[in-house]
Design a protein. Structure first.
Length: 240
C-alpha cells in the first residue's frame, strides 16, 4: 500500500484549511497514512477531513481541518507529523494508522508503542486524540481466499495492541468493534479503482465511524476546560 495525499486519479490534494474565524472554530488535525489524507476520494469534499468538518457542522460545531498525514506512514514515523501538528496546536487530533505496519510486518507491540508515544505527545500539549486502528486487510477485494484468515489474524492482533496503547495514553478509539470491516467486505463500491484505498463512498462510512469518537473527544475537552483549577492547599500553621 502506498499511502499519500491524492485524488482518485493520483493528483495531490493541496492542504488549504477552511476559512473559518479562529474564535468560532476548533482546529482538527488528521495524522497517519493516506487514508487520513483521503487517497482514492473523487473530490476533496469526500476526504475524511472535509467529511468530518461537515458532520461536525451538522452538530453545531465549526471545525478547521488540517491534514498532516504522510505517504507510506508507519507508526514509527508518526513523530514527524506530531511535531508539525503540535506547532498548529489542534484541539482534536485524529490518527488513522496501521495499514503500512501490517504490510511491512512491523511487530504489533512495536507499532502500538510508537502510536502510544504519538498520542501522549499530543495529549501533553492539550489536544484530545482519536485513534482509528488498523483496517482489516482481509476485507480487500483481491485477497486470495486462503490468505484471508492469516491477514485477518494479523490485522486483529495489531488492532488489539493499538487499542490498549491508545487508551492507556488517553485517546478515544473509533470503530472499536470494527463494524466497518464487514461493511467494506460486503460492498466493493466502497473501494476506489486501485481496489485498496476507500472510494468517496468508503470515506463516508469511515467518517461516520469516526464521528462518535470525535464528539466524545470534544465533550472531554469541554469538561476539562470548564473544570476549575484547584488552588494549592496551605500547610498547617502557615500565615493566612
Amino acid at each position: 500500500m502506498s499511502h499519500g495525499r491524492g485524488r482518485a486519479d493520483g493528483a495531490p490534494f493541496v492542504d488549504t484549511p477552511a476559512r473559518v474565524p479562529a474564535s468560532m472554530s476548533i482546529r482538527l488535525a488528521l495524522l497517519g497514512d493516506s487514508m487520513a489524507a483521503g487517497r482514492g476520494a473523487s473530490r476533496r469534499a469526500d476526504t475524511p477531513a472535509a467529511l468530518l468538518a461537515d458532520r461536525l457542522r451538522d452538530d453545531g460545531i465549526s471545525a478547521t481541518p488540517r491534514v498532516f498525514a504522510v505517504a507510506g506512514a508507519q507508526s514509527r514515523t508518526l513523530g514527524v507529523q506530531v511535531e508539525r501538528a503540535i506547532g498548529w496546536r489542534p484541539q482534536v487530533a485524529v490518527i488513522i494508522i496501521g495499514a503500512n505496519d501490517l504490510i511491512h510486518h512491523t511487530r504489533a507491540g512495536t507499532a502500538a508503542r510508537d502510536l502510544g508515544d504519538a498520542v501522549r505527545r499530543l495529549r501533553n500539549v492539550g489536544a484530545e486524540v482519536v485513534v482509528a486502528p488498523a483496517p482489516d486487510l482481509s476485507a480487500l477485494p483481491d485477497i486470495p481466499a486462503g490468505l484471508r484468515p492469516v491477514l485477518r489474524a494479523a490485522s486483529m492482533l495489531l488492532r488489539d495492541f493499538q487499542i490498549v496503547a491508545a487508551t492507556s495514553a488517553g485517546a478515544h478509539v473509533a470503530d472499536r468493534d470494527h463494524a466497518t470491516s464487514a461493511t467494506f467486505a460486503a460492498d466493493r463500491t466502497l473501494f476506489c479503482a486501485d481496489r485498496f484505498h476507500p472510494s468517496s463512498a468508503g470515506y463516508a462510512v469511515i467518517a461516520e465511524a469516526l464521528r462518535p469518537a470525535v464528539l466524545a473527544a470534544l465533550g472531554a475537552r469541554d469538561e476539562r476546560v470548564a473544570r476549575p483549577r484547584r488552588l494549592p492547599q496551605q500547610s498547617a500553621g502557615a500565615p493566612a
